[in-house]
Structure formats: structure tokens, C-alpha cells
Design a protein. Structure first.
Length: 412
């Protein structure tokens, strides 16, 4: 229901702004810009997102099926089962969804975007099998989606690569702020959903896992800052992500060979559903991306930014952070849009400027909430998202606030 109102609001806001531009400012191209954007985004939804995603879906669902037959999902379930069973009490112990969710979280954590989406869609499908009301998101599906949209990531490889392309003096100097900001977003989202679902966050297992994860991230930050040079950080990020992306299928294949599984047939059996899922989500992608396009092309985000800058000036605050805010506005709406805003900010102010660095941290502090809701819930036919969107946006907001404070701390 929330997505329905948001979708309607995007079109009405765009229509009102375009009408004002045409009637009071004499902008005769106001509606043409919106219409052109609608056609461009509807085409891009299919040609640039759904069809490339179909290839990734076929590949990774095939690989995941090999892993399932090799026993990888059961292995992961036994390791993380005690923790996830408390966050997802509706999911039975050792259910395949537990291992699939862990694979998705791991892929996100390591910046393996091409693998994360197919793995996440597979996990959402498994959770849907447990859902008694097929058109309404279950508690487990909401918790999974919010943890996914918070975008916890240790290796923001694409952001570092883009800063390198734009000749930043130190492309990897945003690595640590990105890790901290996205961790704040993840913990905030998890706490919000846990409170709503009456999950005991003071459970010994939950506290030990969160404490362990926090110590791991702290140790990683310490290692990167004290033991590696800036160039080495960029190299480690690139090499480790690509190594892991190839190592995962190799490990699954070796495990399947050990169990005498027919690897090729297992891959084909799993891959068959990949294209079907990709076709199923096309209407949801088109609907969401077209609505985002009209809102963005109407200039609504520019007016919002001007209002924030005016308020910051009146409050006698430093306004440098406002120059990077368009990235934060776009991140919950569109991954490609936020990336374009990040690049534009670095090109305008410089990759080593405060705005250029903060824009990079914004882009790495969370994930595309509206896109993920449309994609994941659309893939299993969920029509009522309940409180998934507000919880996801709360996590995004926490990530934005953390990014601002951390960037001032790191970059002045």
C-alpha cells in the first residue's frame, strides 16, 4: 500500500512542478522533458536492467543450485543458524532460505553486486514458500529486505574505481567512511524492524554476533589504516572481490564433485528459472523506474536541495554538505541515478573536494530501497509491503546522517 501512494505521489508532484514551470516560468519544454524521460526509462528498464539481469540470474541461480546440491547451504545454515533463527523466528532451522540469505549478505558485504541480486531473489523466493499470505510481506521478508537495502559493504570497489578514473589523488580514501556509514545504516534498520517485530535484541546470541561483527569491522579498519598504503587498499579491494567472485563457483563445483553430483545438469536445472524470474519482474521495474524518472526530471530534487541549503544557511551551519546531497536523494530511488549524481558532483567540485568525497560516501552508505522493494517483492508477487519501505528509508536516513558526520571527521 505504501508503494502505491509513493508511486502516485511521484507523478502528481512532477505534474504540479511541470505545470508551474510552463504557466508561470514560460518553460514550454517542461512536459516534453517528462515524456522523453518516461520513454527513455521504460526502455532502459528492459534493455539495460532486466535483460542484463537475466544473464546474471541464469548464471548465479545455476551456480547456487550446484551449491545447494553440494551441501553449501546446509553448511552455512548450521554456522549462522543460531543468529538468523533469532532475527528470523518464522524460518525453520536449517531451512534453505537461511543459507541463501547468508550468501546474499556475504555477496553484498564483499561488493559482489552481480552475484548479490540473483542470490537475494532466490532467498526471497524461499521465504515466500513459508509465507502464509502470499500477497502480503511476511516479517521474515521485511527483515531480509531491510537488511539488504541497508547495503552493508566492506569493499566499495565500483566507487573506488570511479574515483580513480576521475584522477582522485587517493581514490581509496573514502573506503573507511563508507564502511562505517553503511554499518550504521544496517544496525539502524535491524533495530527498527526488530522493535516492530518484538525481537529480543538483548539475546546473548544476537549480542555476541553483533559484537563479533563490530570487532571484525574495527579490526579491518585498523588493518587498512595502519598496515596498508592507499594504493595497496585499492589493490586489495579489487583483487579480493574478483578472486571471491570466481572462487565461490569453484568451491561449489569441488563440493559437488565430492558428493558425486552431476555438476552440469545441476547448473542447467537451476539456471532454467533465471530467465522466468527476470521476465516476471519487468512490469515492476518499468513502473518504479518511470515514476523515479518523472520525479527526477521535474526538478523536484533540485528544489528540495535549495530548501535544505536555505535552512542550513539560516541555522548558520556549514553548507558544503548540501552540494553532495543530490547523491543521497537519488540513492534510495535509483542506483544508476545516484552513481550519475556522484560522478557529476566529483566533476563539478573535484574528486578530492569535500563534496566529491561526501558524494562517494553517500553512494556507498546504503542501497536503492525503492528499486529493491519493487524488484524483490515483485519477483514473488508481494502487493502489500507493510512497513518495509519506512524501515528501509529510516536505515537510509541513518546512513546519510552518519556519512555527513564521518566525512566532516575524516575530511574536515
Amino acid at each position: 500500500m505504501a508503494l502505491n501512494y509513493i508511486w502516485i505521489a511521484f507523478f502528481i508532484i512532477a505534474f504540479v512542478i511541470a505545470s508551474v514551470k510552463m504557466v508561470f516560468l514560460g518553460d514550454t519544454n517542461a512536459f516534453k522533458v517528462l515524456v522523453d524521460g518516461m520513454f527513455d526509462s521504460s526502455k532502459a528498464s528492459v534493455m539495460d536492467i532486466a535483460l542484463p539481469l537475466a544473464g546474471n540470474m541464469v548464471l548465479w541461480l545455476g551456480i547456487l543450485n550446484i551449491g545447494e546440491r553440494a551441501g553449501a547451504m546446509n553448511f552455512l545454515s548450521r554456522i549462522v543458524g543460531p543468529f538468523l533463527s533469532r532475527l528470523f523466528p518464522e524460518v525453520p532451522r536449517n531451512h534453505p532460505a537461511t543459507g541463501q540469505m547468508m550468501m546474499n549478505f556475504s555477496a553484498n558485504l564483499l561488493g559482489l553486486d552481480n552475484a548479490a541480486t540473483p542470490l537475494g531473489l532466490k532467498a526471497m523466493g524461499s521465504l515466500q514458500e513459508l509465507n502464509p499470505n502470499k500477497e502480503t510481506a511476511s516479517n521474515a521478508q521485511i527483515m531480509f529486505l531491510v537488511l539488504h537495502t541497508s547495503g552493508l559493504q566492506l569493499l566499495p570497489v565500483t566507487i573506488i574505481a570511479q574515483r580513480f578514473i576521475l584522477h582522485a589523488k587517493d581514490p581509496a580514501d573514502v573506503l573507511l567512511p563508507c564502511i562505517i556509514a553503511t554499518y550504521v545504516a544496517t544496525v539502524t534498520g535491524m533495530i527498527a524492524v526488530a522493535i516492530k517485530q518484538k525481537i529480543n535484541l538483548f539475546d546473548r546470541v544476537i549480542l555476541s554476533w553483533l559484537g563479533g561483527l563490530t570487532m571484525f569491522i574495527a579490526a579491518l579498519v585498523w588493518y587498512f589504516t595502519t598496515q596498508l598504503s592507499k594504493d595497496q587498499i585499492a589493490t586489495v579491494s579489487k583483487v579480493s572481490s574478483n578472486f571471491l567472485l570466481f572462487a565461490i563457483p569453484v568451491i561449489f563445483i569441488l563440493g559437488a564433485l565430492r558428493k558425486r553430483v552431476n555438476v552440469f545438469e545441476s547448473f542447467i536445472d537451476g539456471a532454467k528459472s533465471g530467465f522466468e524470474v527476470s521476465v516476471k519482474i519487468i512490469p515492476y521495474l518499468v513502473a518504479m523506474l518511470v515514476a523515479i524518472s518523472v520525479l527526477r526530471n521535474s526538478g523536484a530534487l533540485d528544489y528540495l536541495n535549495s530548501g535544505v541549503k536555505w535552512a542550513a544557511t539560516k541555522a548558520h551551519l556549514d553548507t558544503r554538505f548540501v552540494d553532495a546531497l543530490p547523491v543521497a536523494y537519488m540513492k534510495p530511488l535509483s542506483g544508476s541515478g545516484s552513481k550519475a549524481m556522484m560522478i557529476s558532483t566529483m566533476q563539478t567540485y573535484g574528486p578530492d573536494s569535500f563534496a566529491g568525497r561526501l558524494g562517494s560516501v553517500f553512494n556507498g552508505s546504503a542501497d536503492t530501497t525503492f528499486y529493491i522493494v519493487a524488484l524483490y517483492f515483485g519477483s514473488v508477487g508481494i502487493k502489500r509491503s507493510r512497513y518495509a519501505i519506512p524501515a528501509g528509508l529510516l536505515a537510509d536516513f541513518a546512513g546519510v546522517i552518519a556519512a555527513i558526520f564521518i566525512s566532516y571527521l575524516f575530511f574536515g
